[in-house]
Design a protein around this ligand. Structure first.
Ligand SMILES: NC(=O)c1ccc[n+]([C@@H]2O[C@H](COP(=O)([O-])OP(=O)(O)OC[C@H]3O[C@@H](n4cnc5c(N)ncnc54)[C@H](OP(=O)(O)O)[C@@H]3O)[C@@H](O)[C@H]2O)c1
Length: 385
């Protein structure tokens, strides 16, 4: 029986994770859940699944949660998230929070020898070298939940590192892929948030519309699979049937195909190294095609180029990219920044940043804080929540 803690249980990935756990009562036990502030949703999850451990990041909301549910043992604030991630009664930690607050809990969970299922790509983008070094040092297993990386991870089973020529990360292109440049200037929030293939949280949906998401995924793949930038490629694949391709040195390509359903990569990460059955919809290959693949257009989608440039610069450049993007996207979602201004804010922050080559955790956190402030300074009259 694996005892699972879900950081970000009220989010899109978190809710799917609870479904997976509930579907395998003989193999998985929900040891704990954590959210930031949506306590009504969290209270419903706790009433239904009865996890012994509950953490709420926002301290006033933690007190409200305690009053609402009568629980006196709520783990509150940043220390609460840390306590849950490292608790002796937890075997596997699913990291599915938005933002970057879960970096320290992730680091400590790895150090405590927990198995990790990682959805929060931003943490690898800001601190990939440190996280992967700790995984190695502590002999922990970290399985990616992001569908493209889960696809690569599965294709690479039984394949030696030397046999890999290149990784191809596919992306549907998001809601704006086929839209002419002029129409994109006037794109509405509804259009940006209407992803054609996936139902996800707001931040990643905006990242999908700017194609920043693909850039973050290239950086994530570099760290997870230890390949240089020039051997990780992005292709736009609007049908979203093939989630990634691994090209091998003999000319063979291995691809992973699956329905667009996050429960699949989540279940694989929870079952690893086993593979369990499921009753979820199957891919209907006869109805899936024709399958198309296109080069991404970085002139139309400058955020992708900004991410590739940060990856090439290395060191703390990716942490600066990530912090600036987080703030720009939140300002957009709050109605204080135009969609087309998101890359401008990020580019200006990156222009000011001098990357540190081999940063410590404290240096990464300092660059994250600096880049958030630098981005915020470029967005007048806006106070983040
Ligand atoms: N959604 C997808 O299909 C998908 C696919 C691949 C990768 N990912 C990655 O997975 C992560 C989560 O995405 P999502 O779409 O599930 O986001 P989401 O729907 O916005 O949910 C975010 C979750 O994180 C929680 N959270 C945020 N800050 C927290 C903190 N400081 N302490 C505790 N909980 C905190 C939120 O709590 P509240 O509800 O209280 O705010 C919520 O439960 C992102 O990094 C995303 O890039 C998502």
């Amino acid at each position: 029986m694996k005892r699972v803690a879900v950081l970000g249980s009220t989010g899109s990935v978190g809710r799917s994770t609870l479904e997976v756990v509930a579907g395998h009562p003989d193999r998985l036990q929900l040891a704990g859940v954590a959210a930031r502030s949506r306590i009504d949703l969290l209270a419903g999850q706790v009433a239904q699944a009865q996890p012994p451990l509950v953490a709420v990041w926002d301290e006033p909301r933690a007190r409200e949660f305690a009053e609402l549910t009568g629980r006196r043992d709520v783990l509150a604030g940043p220390d609460g998230l840390l306590a849950l991630a490292t608790h002796p009664d937890v075997d596997l930690v699913v990291v599915a929070t938005s933002g970057c607050d879960a970096l320290l809990p992730l680091v400590r969970a790895i150090q405590a020898g927990k198995q990790i299922a990682l959805a929060s790509k931003e943490l690898l983008v800001m601190a990939g070298s440190l996280i992967m070094r700790l995984v190695e040092e502590h002999g922990t297993t970290l399985v990616p939940v992001d569908s493209e990386h889960a696809a690569i991870f599965q294709c690479l089973r039984g394949v030696s590192r030397e046999a890999v020529e290149r990784l191809i990360i596919t992306g549907s292109g998001g809601p704006l892929w086929g839209m002419p440049a002029a129409a994109r200037q006037a794109v509405t929030r509804e259009q940006v948030l209407a992803h054609p293939r996936w139902r996800m949280g707001p931040k990643i949906t905006v990242d999908s519309a700017t194609l920043m998401n693909k850039g973050l995924e290239v950086i994530e793949a570099q760290w997870l699979f230890g390949l240089p930038l020039e051997r990780v490629r992005v292709l736009i694949h609007p049908e979203a049937v093939v989630h990634a391709v691994v090209e091998l040195i003999d000319g063979t390509s291995l691809a992973q195909l699956a329905p667009c359903d996050m429960r699949l990569p989540i279940q694989y990460a929870l079952s690893f190294p086993e593979r369990w059955g499921s009753a979820w919809p199957r891919l209907a290959l006869t109805q899936a095609g024709p399958l198309q693949f296109f080069e991404p257009d970085t002139a139309k989608f400058p955020c992708l180029q900004l991410a590739l440039d940060a990856a090439a610069a290395g060191g703390t450049a990716c942490a600066a990219l990530n912090g600036a993007n987080d703030v720009a996207v939140q300002a957009y979602l709050d109605g204080h920044l135009a969609f087309t201004e998101i890359p401008r804010v990020i580019a200006e922050v990156l222009d000011q940043h001098v990357p540190l080559a081999h940063p410590t955790l404290d240096e990464i956190l300092a660059v994250d804080a600096w880049s958030r402030k630098a981005a915020h300074d470029r967005i007048p009259q806006w106070s983040p929540r």
